[in-house]
Design a protein around this ligand. Structure first.
Ligand code: FES
Length: 232
């Protein structure tokens, strides 16, 4: 509960604050991809110049996709149903509420849209990987810095978390009457199943690391300390 509350508070602030999200060549993952043409200094941080009229934080246009994906995640649902709503507080402990309709009525029935949010979130690890590659291109040339490594790890963790999703497992191996009819899908399904067994751990590690990556970029951008890096 403490960790989830802290993350929600930090990520809301980081999304809305609209400054210190870019320290060339590092772009905060909360603002990736940046699709407004004024992103960063003079649009330098823009992944794509798609929107020119948006006056607010560019993160608001993006954050809805990972937010919906995480909010409807089966693991997070269990975590916040238990810790915030005490519904139920734990296994074999009576529900705090007198009536319980589960996820069969509005608004919780919307949780069933998780598989669609999975499809929408699927490009995000690829985009973050692209931003991580750009994080090796410093103003004076290609090199490597602590921020480059942090953004690479962040992209990998988000990719593992996304791949370990139950919907991903269903996408790979669902609707098959016999695995012998789809050897490639069976191979993929076994890999995703191995990741799926660690979904809870990946959910937490990727959540914590994305905040850490944002904080690192933010502190470097604000001049709190210089980013250690070498240029080849
Ligand atoms: S079940 Fe957690 S991300 Fe899909």
């Amino acid at each position: 509960m403490v960790a989830l509350t802290a993350f929600v508070a930090y990520s809301t602030w980081a999304t809305l604050v609209n400054r210190d999200y870019y320290a060339r060549p590092y772009l905060s993952p909360f603002y990736s991809p940046c699709i407004t043409s004024h992103c960063g200094v003079g649009g330098r941080a823009a992944t794509w110049h798609l929107v020119s009229w948006w006056p607010f934080s560019p993160a608001i246009l993006i954050v809805v996709f990972p937010l919906a994906f995480r909010l409807t995640c089966y693991y997070y649902r269990k975590a916040y149903y238990r810790s915030f709503w005490l519904s139920p507080p734990a296994c074999a402990v009576p529900d705090r509420h007198s009536t319980y309709t589960g996820e069969s009525r509005f608004p919780l029935i919307l949780q069933n849209a998780h598989r669609y949010f999975f499809y929408l979130a699927l490009p995000l690890p690829v985009i973050l990987a692209w931003e991580a590659v750009k994080a090796f291109h410093f103003p004076s040339g290609w090199g490597i810095g602590l921020g480059s490594a942090i953004l690479v790890v962040n992209a990998v963790l988000l990719g593992l978390y996304t791949a370990s999703c139950h919907s991903c497992r269903h996408l790979c191996g669902g609707n098959l009457r016999a695995f012998s009819k789809g050897p490639v899908r069976y191979w993929l399904w076994r890999r995703v199943t191995a990741l799926n067994l660690r979904h809870m751990q990946l959910a937490w590690v990727s959540l914590g690391f994305v905040a850490l990556a944002d904080l690192y970029v933010r502190l470097v951008a604000a001049g709190a300390f210089p980013d250690p890096h070498i240029v080849f």
